[in-house]
Unconditional design. Sequence first.
Length: 341
Amino acid sequence: MTALELAGVTKRFGRTTAVDDVDLRVGDGELVALVGPSGCGKSTLLMLAAGLLEPDAGRLCVDDRLVAGGGTWVPPEDRRVGVVFQDAALFPHLRVADNVAFGVPRGRGRAARVAELLELVELPDLGRRYPHELSGGQQQRVALARALAPRPSVVLFDEAFGNLDHALRASVRDATARALRAAGAAGVFVTHDQGEALAVGERVAVMRDGRFEHVGEPADAFHRPANRFVATLLGEADFLPGRQSGDVVDTEVGRLAATPAARGEVEVMLRPHEVVFAADPAGTARVVRREFRGATYLYTLRLPSGATVRALVPHTLDVATGTAVTLQVEAGHPVRSFAGR
Ligand SMILES: Nc1ncnc2c1ncn2[C@@H]1O[C@H](COP(=O)(O)OP(=O)(O)OP(=O)(O)O)[C@@H](O)[C@H]1O
Ligand SMILES: [Mg+2]
């Protein structure tokens, strides 16, 4: 079954097309990360799926059941779609257990179901507290428990971890993924953090101007992005001119194995971790910048042509700016090249 499916979905606000003829299938229990620049339509897409907005065109299905489009309209509460926003939006005057119970049908077994949900989000002992007595991360997990209460097929997260600091964010995110898995629910995560998108998503969907530019597995999207926009959105990347023939490309930093997608005049994507260098008085490249990142340094190297590439190397390679260096590309796989310049 397909937990969530959008086919040809379009949503306009006046002259802005926020979501433009989008197709997406989220499999049962699948986790999909949704990334893209501010204003590209991520929240609009979630609101359409949740039933908080009506599409101008296209169809939406949840669990293979049509919920919007073609004259059908299923209201949010009947869609089997849960939503968790950046602000947990708990009811401040209700205890945690009552916040969670809000989504559980009345009747016998309600208290047991609330306990089970709190267990699922790894907060079994906090049912009697009020929201203001919880940390931000705990509040987000209560919001997740409440969203999971009606047994949704899919839960939508709109930057749900955005207010948490980095370390907490990773742990809340992992707890969330475990809870979704245990509940058998799929998840769609909107995030601004490309590292988070790559880590949490079984697939990542990259959006721009209301459309998907790339939908695929994280490693594929990172190493073989559909275009330069996707390449830079998912991580640091530099682009060097090259001339490709077959599966090799000649560049200023030598001949490289390349994906045979393009030929002739191309641009080659290099990620900083793929570039290695050493100080060498005879070297023609120079260190022009060095940024300390803790375990690593990010060096910017200027090539004779004036082009620059960055190299991410262990902090033990300690080289001053101005040093002459030789560099090489050690990607470990064919590099991605893009046609044209
Ligand atoms: N209710 C609305 N009325 C008019 N325009 C809207 C409305 N909601 C969204 N838009 C516009 O639709 C486009 C997409 O907005 P959306 O909120 O979906 O972006 P987003 O990708 O979630 O951005 P962000 O990362 O900043 O949250 C934007 O141009 C926005 O200004
Ligand atoms: Mg948004």
